[in-house]
Ligand binder design. Structure first.
Ligand code: FPP
Length: 252
């Protein structure tokens, strides 16, 4: 651990538990640019990004974050060239196999949100096995957003509510925030407190549009393959300095 890293962690450890974000979400961006800057093919950026995934998972546990969501593959990403998609799918299967032991040892529970039906049989099997093998994890809930589109998630929620109304199970007037929230992929978890986007972009990119309503946004110029736990600690420390007002005039 570098001294910069341990300094950030020391600062975090001295904070009140209530100040640490319960749920941190990350839009991992900049893999392609990282590779291009080095004259490498884009997939090398994705490969290098796996180390950052490991770092951020371990860093989240060290910082006391309870839930970490990583945006690994969007519905829009299906439009990338076939070899790049194939490489990302291989990485996903590799992750599910290579990291399993450490995830279990570190008390990480994995879940996946997104349209998993669009994935191949082997990828779906890898996801099922990592979910069931990590079911007992109680230190960190890791949510991987794969084949995820927030608009589609919202549309599907609306369709299910409409079906329940048509079936006479629900009145239109009973569709309130909690009824809507209960139909989202993320129903079991609280909304993110902090969203980190790497590579200096300031976009939401169809990610958790409902869930991010009051989330603190943090953008860093660091490209995802260069992201290390100290960058997570910096983001967490910045979050603790923000005053969250949820539309009111003060937080309390
Ligand atoms: C964005 O960079 C990154 C992705 C589309 C893929 C992210 C995936 C990983 C880091 C590996 C898989 C992760 C898990 C948890 C299995 P980009 O390609 O859009 O970069 P660019 O904007 O520079 O082109």
């Amino acid at each position: 651990m570098t001294s910069e890293t341990s300094e950030g962690l020391d600062l975090i450890k001295r904070l009140d538990r209530a100040e640490i974000p319960t749920h941190v979400a990350v839009i991992m961006d900049g893999n392609g640019r990282w590779a291009t800057e080095r004259g490498l093919p884009r997939f090398e950026g994705h490969r290098a990004g796996m180390k950052s995934v490991r770092e951020v998972v371990e860093g989240a546990i060290e910082a006391g974050v309870g839930i970490l969501t990583l945006f690994a593959f969007s519905q829009e990403n299906w439009q990338r060239p076939a070899p790049e998609i194939a490489f990302l799918m291989e990485l996903l299967k590799h992750y599910a196999k290579a990291e399993l032991r450490d995830l279990v040892k570190n008390g990480v529970r994995v879940d996946v949100v997104g349209e998993i039906e669009r994935l191949g049989r082997a990828e779906r099997a890898a996801i099922d096995s990592i979910i069931s093998a990590t079911r007992e994890g109680n230190k960190l809930q890791l949510i991987l957003a794969i084949s995820y589109s927030s608009r589609r998630e919202l549309m599907q929620a609306a369709q299910r509510l409409a079906e329940r109304v048509a079936a006479g199970e629900l009145l239109p007037s009973e569709i309130d925030e909690s009824a809507f929230q209960a139909e989202l992929y993320t129903a079991p978890w609280p909304d993110p407190d902090l969203l980190i986007r790497t590579s200096g972009e300031y976009r939401i990119s169809n990610f958790m549009l409902w869930q991010l309503a009051y989330t603190e946004l943090y953008s860093t110029p660091v490209l995802w393959p260069d992201f290390r736990r100290e960058h997570l600690f910096e983001a967490v420390l910045e979050y603790t300095k923000r005053e969250r007002r949820f539309g009111r005039i003060s937080a309390r």
